[in-house]
Write a protein that binds this ligand. Sequence first.
Ligand code: MG
Ligand code: MG
Length: 255
Amino acid sequence: MVELKTEAELAVVREAGRMVARVHDAVRARAAVGVTLRELDDLARKILADAGAEPVFLGYQPRFATTPFPGVICTSVNDAALHGIPDGYRLRDGDVLSVDCGAEIDGWVADAATTFIVGTPDPDDGRLIESTRRALDAAINTAVVDARLGDVSYAIGEVARADGYGINTDYGGHGVGRQMHEEPSVPNDGRPGRGMRLRPGLVIAIEPWFMSGGDSSYYVDDDGWTLRTGDGSRAAHMEHTVAITPDGPRVLTLP
Ligand code: MG
Ligand code: MG
């Protein structure tokens, strides 16, 4: 079931989104060569606790997972695209780090991810990240009243194809609100003009993740969570929680 949110409900999701943005800013500022992923998770944990926000990733166990997620952020490094566990890995110069975070306030959830380079950037990694960001922006711009869900998906797939990056639609965007994952599903590729019509009050997380090798295959680590590119190439992941409103798309996870 797709639930449309009221303005008052959107305001609370926005508040949760602000907390998610605060985590992203702080983690990015702290992430440096030699810092462990666990230290970044501890930082995120403290920020959410201080803000009175619930960390929705912690203990999350969807159907595909064999164990509950142990962190409040996902930290995915280099060939890890999604769902990386914040462990004792120490960041190295040139690492591509994707950080995903969800927070809940008063029963309402927001979800966002970003990718950046630690230390010295490699130009190829920079292009991958920039392309993924461009796909997110393009998809957000299509998320207007009376557009179709397929338009949003297509906007993402089009950028990946033009730039030669690999996409896989197994994991992608989703409705968000009372739960982190609600209807509808927002795949990272699709056909324009198809699918559900977007209505005011619909809130969706849009989250392209691109694989630099151009291949669409992936595998999941023995930890049951970390999703890696099949060809070992690097990946980037960008996500915002977005409300469809009569005034256009409203990004709820900005600072
Ligand atoms: Mg997310
Ligand atoms: Mg999400």
